[in-house]
Design a protein around this ligand. Structure first.
Ligand code: GLC
Length: 444
């Protein structure tokens, strides 16, 4: 009896002991698993972005960080000029391991960055169905040789802003042709209703190229055919496009200083009521209609004018996100891209800042249309927008056009000879690309 009682006690003790041991092991394992999560620093993703957009992103970043406490976004500010920002990214990449994990890209940089091997291919991360929700040209801008390197965050499209009050007062309808724009400008200038007619981006930089492809298309011309790589800069339509821009200055419709203007500098005289027309992007809308704007409520927006018989041209712009090849945190970076390019995040950003969505559904979104009634019309313009040539050597092709456009606009060379030289250099560049491509050594 005594022996069996002893055995029972012993077994109970053994069971208890094993149980306690099991509990102890489970507890320590738990601690081991939880501890790093408790003590781990959040991952920091670096992102370079131009001001003022960097400031406009702050609330979006706060929303992302609130939902993702294990990720922090460190915004590094860049100047508000796409060329300068591209140079900053380029020099960082050329140094080897990029300090930036997320890459915020203008639509025209993606092929170059991808060809240089600076970006991760995102093809397998996103399904064709998910991509179909975006504007096709925006997605195309992020592709290079079958890979996908940039997810569109916001689209962009060049538009003509006009003073509806001044046109009405002088009995003019919104202009359709370049001649209409010139006539309305000159009449209003003669009447003393305005100092200038038309302001646009004439400085030697990427913005002038975006402006020029619109005037070019409006004259029936083209820059580089993406399919055939034919160059159209020395065709009569291109020369006429430059002549039109020169005439705006020669006739005093545009100020001589327009050849030094970027988007902000064109906005200043328009906003202070000194011009009837302005070529810009939709970002300017909240500013011209801001509470302190002298022209608040007096402005409307429409597609760019064109020559009789030709189509209106709108330049396809836009910005999107990619992941740097050398980042240590590709998964965190992808979570950030998914969040920022989502419908909800874009809606918030657009309601706050009036940029153009990259998701088609948002152009007819009730909240957005209630605030900006012209968005459904904007979608039509976006759908027919002109892409700047999506080639790896885009920066060089754009630089050629910028230089010759600038010498022609500042009357250092005739439109014809400047455009002939631009066409010649562009053909040489594209010829080099084709030869290098055949040799299989195409790099940026
Ligand atoms: C806008 C456009 C961009 C373009 C730039 C030129 O930011 O979105 O595509 O290159 O303007 O200044």
């Amino acid at each position: 009896m005594k022996r069996s009682r002893l055995l029972v006690r012993l077994r109970r003790l053994q069971r208890l002991g094993l149980h306690t041991l099991g509990l102890l092991i489970a507890f320590s394992l738990g601690i081991l698993l939880i501890l790093p999560a408790l003590t781990q620093q959040p991952v920091t993703l670096n992102l370079l972005m131009h001001v003022p957009e960097a400031t406009q992103w702050r609330s979006l970043i706060q929303a992302f960080e609130a939902k993702n406490p294990d990720i922090r976004i460190n915004l590094v500010e860049a100047p508000n000029d796409t060329n300068l920002e591209e140079d900053l990214y380029t020099s960082a990449f050329l140094l080897g391991s990029s300090p930036y994990d997320l890459v915020y890209m203008d639509i025209v940089w993606a092929p170059k960055f991808a060809a240089a091997g600076w970006l991760q291919d995102l093809t397998d991360r996103v399904s064709p169905v998910e991509l179909a929700a975006f504007i096709p040209a925006d997605v195309e801008g992020g592709r290079y040789e079958g890979g996908l390197y940039r997810i569109p965050f916001r689209s962009d499209v060049g538009m003509l802003y006009y003073r509806k009050d001044l046109l009405q007062q002088a009995g003019y309808k919104p202009p359709e042709t370049f001649a209409d724009l010139m006539q309305a400008s000159q009449t209003l200038q003669d009447q003393g209703a305005t100092r200038f007619g038309y302001v646009w981006q004439g400085r030697q930089y990427e913005g002038a190229v975006a402006m020029f492809v619109e005037v070019l298309k409006g004259h029936g011309g083209f820059w580089i055919d993406p399919q055939t790589q034919a160059v159209g800069l020395d065709q009569p339509a291109a020369v006429q496009a430059v002549e039109f821009l020169r005439s705006t200055i020669a006739l005093g419709v545009s100020p001589p200083s327009v050849t030094t203007y970027n988007e902000d500098e064109a906005l200043r005289p328009f906003q202070s009521g000194e011009a009837v027309f302005m070529r810009s992007w939709p970002f300017a809308w909240p500013q011209v209609n801001g509470p302190d704007s002298p022209i608040r409520g007096k402005v409307d927006i429409q597609p760019m004018v064109h020559a009789p018989g030709a189509e209106s041209g709108a330049c396809q712009g836009g910005w999107g996100l990619g992941i740097s090849k050398t980042t240590k945190y590709p998964e965190a970076a992808w979570r950030a891209i998914q969040f920022f390019t989502s419908e909800a995040a874009q809606r918030q950003f657009i309601l706050e800042n009036a940029y153009v969505p990259s998701r088609r559904s948002l152009f007819n979104d009730p909240q957005i249309v209630q605030k900006y009634s012209y968005y459904p019309r904007l979608l039509e313009v976006v759908d027919s927008a002109v892409l700047r040539a999506p080639i790896a050597q885009y920066a060089q092709a754009s630089d050629i056009l910028q230089r010759y456009l600038s010498v022609a606009l500042t009357e250092r060379q005739s439109p014809q000879s400047a455009m002939q030289a631009a066409a010649r250099e562009t053909r040489l560049l594209l010829g080099d690309i084709q030869t290098a491509g055949k040799k299989g050594s195409l790099t940026a």
